[in-house]
Design a protein around this ligand. Structure first.
Ligand SMILES: [Fe+2]
Length: 283
């Protein structure tokens, strides 16, 4: 596999100050860098999990998904894979601007920048205390206008494994760290890319509840309140974040798979696939 995990995402927003406030407050991230049109927010001692930008020339939403290069891989492997798929890419070493040592960057079939990086900046002294302790950035869920082509690209070219499917409409993809999903692809034929949600994993279930209390106190709308997913086994909740349309999920007990042996399962699309606490139909 070429990548080990989701490292960070870049979001373009209308109001940078409001988005910083949301991710720093209810989002429980730490603001580690800020310029007029850019902000970096991280957790668990890492410089950024979310990069915010204010670029009025581009639509708001997801600009970039960045995955960490697998320890056993080298950038030349990534470049070879991209070249064989006839994808243009560039190699970057702009630590002072990007806060990662080295990266390969390209644009996927839905127009989202994708970066494979290594050497994320760390925060000296680690994370300052927060009310809810976050362990890691876990996954991002995005639409795919040509689901089959996107699935083939991310699995065959970049080497993601499929953990599970919901019918033929959603694919949960894992990287080499085995987290059940680092990337979720959702079938939206012909539609422009939208980012459905981003997910942070907390240290304990109590941290999910602490984050939920902050979100409720801030008066933010809950998209889904305390559900446990069938596929990953995680329990958590979602609130409506920024930019508009982006859900922010906090979860705990997200499962892992063994990338070497895992065989994907396919679930019927029912409410119980989303929330195992729902009784079966007709109960
Ligand atoms: Fe999720």
């Amino acid at each position: 596999m070429l990548v080990s995990r989701l490292g960070y995402i870049t979001l373009n927003v209308d109001d940078l100050a409001a988005a910083v406030e949301l991710f720093e407050g209810p989002g429980q991230l730490q603001l580690n860098g800020r310029s007029e049109n850019r902000a970096f927010l991280g957790g668990a001692g890492e410089h950024h999990w979310v990069e915010l930008r204010r670029d009025p020339l581009r639509p708001t939403g997801l600009l970039k998904m960045a995955f960490e290069l697998d320890k056993a891989a080298v950038f030349e492997d990534v470049e070879k894979a991209l070249a064989s798929a006839e994808v243009n890419f560039e190699r970057l070493r702009n630590f002072r601007e990007d806060f990662v040592r080295e990266a390969v960057r390209f644009v996927d079939m839905d127009g989202t920048e994708v970066e494979i990086f290594r050497g994320m900046a760390g925060i000296a002294g680690g994370q300052q205390p927060k009310w809810a302790q976050l362990e890691r950035l876990l996954h991002v869920a995005v639409s795919a206008s040509d689901f089959d082509a996107a699935l083939a690209f991310y699995s065959d070219v970049l080497g993601f494994g499929v953990s599970d499917f919901i019918e033929d409409t959603t694919a949960f993809l894992h990287a080499s760290d085995g987290a059940h999903h680092s990337l979720v692809l959702q079938r939206r034929p012909g539609a422009a890319r939208v980012v459905n949600h981003v997910c942070f994993q907390t240290q304990t279930f109590d941290d999910v509840m602490r984050a939920r209390a902050l979100v409720r106190r801030a008066g933010l709308e809950l998209r889904d309140d305390l559900i446990r997913h069938e596929t990953s086994g995680s329990i958590g909740f979602y609130f409506e974040g920024l930019p508009e349309g982006l859900g922010v999920e906090f979860c705990f007990e997200h499962g892992t798979v063994d990338p070497a042996t895992h065989i994907p399962r396919t679930f019927v699309r029912t409410i119980r696939a989303k929330d195992v606490y729902e009784p079966p139909a007709g109960y």
